[in-house]
Design a protein around this ligand. Structure first.
Ligand code: ADP
Ligand code: ASP
Ligand code: MG
Length: 417
């Protein structure tokens, strides 16, 4: 008898009324789950943003690095402590046995990369026993601790990853991610009203969708689910208790009969384009630049290198998140004379739009459709990158919604109205 893991995001626990509704959903689940129930909660909607602004305000603008980030995690992780206690109380009020578990209590062990720590292990003997005994465990998502006993957080949206990690550790039957939409859609339903709910999506496609900006699931949660073969279901926390709420199942590709050429479209505005101009071009230059960035834990995404004014000089253009861009620039500026380049230019008014689908492996013309649709709207492409199952372009961010809608139509994904 395996337990069930349920996760509720910020809007699902936004106030006491919503928390009471969540308690009803959990109580109903507990009736039919003899293997036990573990619930992971996020902070109340907007709370983490508020805590982030308090932390950055206290530290002063432009602060990056260890001295700031370890206390940043203490502050921003606190929203989840509140909701875990509140939900445990709401469950007790319904006569159920329940208790809250903070990251350090389980413990959810992570590395020490503050602000985006990775889970190493859940060393949770007492935790598993509690769940097995029928006590509902209400886990504060998003937070962990290092082996030196410092609090960490798992990056924005990290409660999804907490949930999948708990599901993997408990060998749960499934990890149900309750949110404010009733499943994974062909694209963000908030910007394309004609987006359609997908019944089943493969881990691989969901991984691309998430990493390319569909924030309905945090990327690492999908990666972890794929590695540990945890089935994820994304569904609405706003449905009535007992209502039909099948959501979207994230599963193995083999379980999906009908494969689309393009399954979905994702976008991300959290992008910065950094151009290193006039780099002295010699073997090892890319290795030098990108190993410095890797050492500073900057996640680099798209990369383009092109000759500039002849083969001795190159321009190196890459993208990273806006949060990382300040750090990336300071790392490169500090090593300017060692690397050998003329100047750095940063553009934060860019967005990445991507089309994703396993069917791309066997179909041609997918890129052509994308480029035609964008050019028909007069949208200029700045950088292109591809993989086996996705094509991404970097564009001026003011065209993001226009681009997503145009592509949704071009690939025949619009729902019939
Ligand atoms: P939670 O607080 O529950 O974790 P999030 O805000 O992180 O919720 O994720 C849910 C949101 O993800 C939805 O409100 C929706 O706007 C957005 N989203 C983006 N892309 C998609 C997609 N392809 N399918 C469904 N939702 C999406
Ligand atoms: N509360 C955290 C955030 O807003 C984690 C989460 O919601 O998953 O990023
Ligand atoms: Mg989320």
């Amino acid at each position: 008898m395996s337990p069930i893991v349920m996760k509720f995001g910020g809007t699902s626990v936004a106030d006491l009324e919503r928390i009471n509704h969540v308690a009803d959903l959990v109580a109903k689940q507990a009736e039919t789950s003899p293997g036990g129930v573990a619930v992971i909660v996020s902070a109340m909607a907007g709370q983490t943003n508020h805590l982030v602004s308090l932390a950055t305000g206290a530290a002063g603008a432009g602060v990056v690095g260890e001295n700031f980030d370890d206390e940043y995690d203490v502050i921003v992780s606190s929203g989840e402590q509140v909701t875990s206690g509140l939900l445990a109380l709401a469950l007790r009020k319904r006569g159920l046995k329940a208790r809250s578990w903070l990251g350090w209590q389980m413990p959810m062990l992570t590395n020490d990369i503050h602000g985006k720590a990775r889970i190493r292990d859940i060393d949770g003997e007492a935790f598993s026993q509690a769940v097995g005994s029928g006590e509902i465990a209400v886990v504060a998502g998003f937070q962990g601790r290092t082996k030196e006993d410092r609090i960490t957080t798992l990056g924005r949206g990290g409660s999804d990853t907490s949930a999948v990690a708990v599901a993997a550790a408990l060998h749960a039957e499934r990890c149900d991610i309750y949110t404010d939409v009733d499943g994974v859609y062909t694209t963000d339903p908030r910007i394309v009203p004609k987006a359609q709910r997908i019944e089943k999506i493969s881990y691989e496609e969901m991984l691309e969708m998430a990493s390319l900006g569909a924030k309905v699931l945090q990327t690492r949660s999908v990666e972890m689910a794929m590695n540990h073969r945890v089935p994820i279901r994304v569904l609405s926390s706003f449905a009535e208790v007992g209502a039909d709420n099948s959501g979207t199942l994230v599963c193995d590709e083999d379980e999906i009969m009908e494969k689309q050429v393009v399954s979905g479209i994702a976008y991300s505005r959290d992008e910065a384009k950094i151009s290193l101009l006039g780099v002295s071009n010699h073997p090892g230059i890319a290795a030098d630049i990108f190993s410095r960035l890797a050492e500073a834990n900057v996640n680099v995404d798209m990369i383009v290198q092109a000759d500039a004014r002849g083969p001795e000089q190159a321009n190196m253009v890459f993208t990273c998140t806006e949060r990382d861009s300040e750090l990336a620039i300071s790392v490169l500026q500090d090593a300017k004379s060692k690397i050998g380049f003329e100047s750095i230019v940063v553009d934060r008014d860019v967005a990445k739009v991507s089309v994703i689908g396993v069917g791309m492996r066997s179909h041609t013309g997918v890129a052509k459709t994308m480029f035609d649709a964008l050019s028909a709207k007069g949208i200029n492409i700045q950088v292109i990158s591809t993989s086996e199952i996705k094509i991404s372009v970097l564009i001026d961010s003011s065209y993001t919604e226009l681009a997503v809608r145009a592509l949704h139509t071009a690939y025949g994904l619009d729902a019939e109205s």
